[in-house]
Write a protein that binds this ligand. Sequence first.
Ligand SMILES: C[S@@+](CC[C@H](N)C(=O)[O-])C[C@H]1O[C@@H](n2cnc3c(N)ncnc32)[C@H](O)[C@@H]1O
Length: 224
Amino acid sequence: MRTELGRVSGPNGEVALWRRTADDGALVTELVVDGVFAMDDVDTSTERALATEALARVAGAELSVLVGGLGLGWTTAAVLRSPGVAEVVVVELEDALLGWAAEGLLPGLPSTSDPRLDLQAGDVAAAFLPGRYDVVLLDVDNGPDFLVHGSNAGLYGAPGLARALGALRPGGVLAIWSADPSPTLLARLADLPGVADAEQLVLPVEREGRVFEYAVLLARRSTA
Ligand SMILES: C[S@@+](CC[C@H](N)C(=O)[O-])C[C@H]1O[C@@H](n2cnc3c(N)ncnc32)[C@H](O)[C@@H]1O
């Protein structure tokens, strides 16, 4: 049984939210962009790891976090659950997702009432204000090698990454989710001026009997 929760056509194409019942009876929510499967919540461990791994690498309280994009809300909710977080700015390209979040339709983020949460519509690339955040989390596409939105290519190139890194305070951490491990992206991050260290976490996820390797890439802005 598969039920459409919402479908909207906007300037970036069509976005649809579906709910289905899995073989084990669990309810699964799917995000479909332009008829192409974007994500579901069968296993959200890596979306949550994007937040927890980055936040584990920054010290201090009153942390300010930028998240792009919202998706089904799992990364954002993991940020809100993490200690020391004072502010979470979430920038999401699709207005429809912000509306569905307000209606409580996103499984990861059933409520948007947390006063630390600032949900904004737009392109996260326009939100890289210099030195503004302790953590910047990017999960806007599949990764550098297989884009849903061609317009996101610039985010994964050296100039785009440099602007994301520049949005960090000294010692802050940039983390990027990728559907595949990417030695190229890791090297690009490590080579950015002002990066103290860069690493790639390869995270296996089992789906329908197959093991997929997703990745979270992390780069720390130097303190100097
Ligand atoms: C795979 S989903 C994110 C999943 C999310 N991490 C979660 O936990 O559910 C990618 C999201 O990024 C949004 N997006 C794509 N390009 C974007 C951009 N340039 N700026 C902001 N959001 C973007 C998409 O509309 C989609 O909602």
